[in-house]
Design a protein around this ligand. Structure first.
Ligand code: AMP
Length: 241
């Protein structure tokens, strides 16, 4: 990433100044069940903190759109609401974190989701000498179901809407693209049940893992309030850490 000092290195011929080092933020892990608002909150955090948001779900969907081998493997699990295999996801995350925009911090959205992934991430964090902060978005089960069932997405720009809480200006049409909104393949009723089941069995137990490892764990009640209100709660919790 280009720094101010790299651009303003002084008069011609002067020795370039050393780049101003930007402090490394503790990586943030957005944790919670499907529909808890991880995607929305991690995007708001990315804008506020100016560090990248890394969503394994988005990365996998991108591979599916490209129609490559990774996408094919991932699609088989995703369309049924099951988790994609650990080795594949771990590899994607390792490669993404090696990119230089992650040098000063990053937000993980939807990773880790299994014990194997959590241990893999612990190894990467140890190598980098950083300790993540886990932000657990806690949402009532019935609210989760209503949110997921009402979710609609623009197939072109990916903007998420909700028929109840965040409807588009014209029903069924993206405000930005004018495109007809779709229900994501994995937001269908049977698949929602499978995703929540996978969360209960494989992902929720990671809270104990984080505690065992002494991770800083921040719990935020994300059942009510607007996304901006929940975001302010998250910011206050991180600051008080
Ligand atoms: P998300 O958009 O985070 O809800 O993820 C959508 C789907 O992508 C999940 O239901 C899984 O099938 C897959 N997925 C996303 N992240 C992971 C992960 N960390 N491990 C395994 N599968 C994942």
């Amino acid at each position: 990433m280009e720094t101010g000092s790299a651009r303003n290195s002084g008069a011609t011929g002067a020795a370039p100044k050393a780049p101003v080092s930007r402090p490394q933020m503790a990586p943030l892990i957005l944790f919670g069940s499907p529909g808890s608002g991880k995607g929305t909150q991690s995007k708001l955090l990315m804008e506020r903190l100016n560090i990248p948001q890394i969503s394994t779900g988005d990365m996998l969907r991108e591979h599916i759109r490209e129609g490559n081998g990774i996408g094919e493997k991932a699609h088989a699990s995703m369309k049924n609401g099951a988790l994609v295999c650990d080795d594949l996801v771990n590899d994607l995350v390792r490669q993404r974190l090696a990119e230089c925009d992650c040098d000063h911090g990053f937000i993980l959205d939807g990773y880790p989701r299994t014990r194997d992934q959590a241990e893999y991430l612990t190894g990467i964090m140890a190598q980098r000498g950083v300790t993540p902060v886990v932000i657990h978005l806690v949402v009532d089960y019935n609210i989760i179901i209503a949110r997921l069932a009402g979710r609609r997405q623009c197939p072109r720009c990916g903007t998420l809407y909700n028929v109840l809480s965040k409807p588009p200006r014209v029903a069924g049409v993206c405000d930005l693209e004018g495109e007809a909104l779709i229900i994501r393949e994995d937001d269908r009723e049977q698949v929602i049940r499978e995703r929540l089941d996978a969360y209960e069995r494989q992902t929720r137990p990671l809270i104990d893992y984080f505690r065992e490892k002494g991770r800083r764990l921040v719990e935020v009640d994300a059942s009510g309030g607007t996304p901006d209100q929940i975001f302010e709660q998250i910011c206050r919790s991180i600051q008080s850490e």
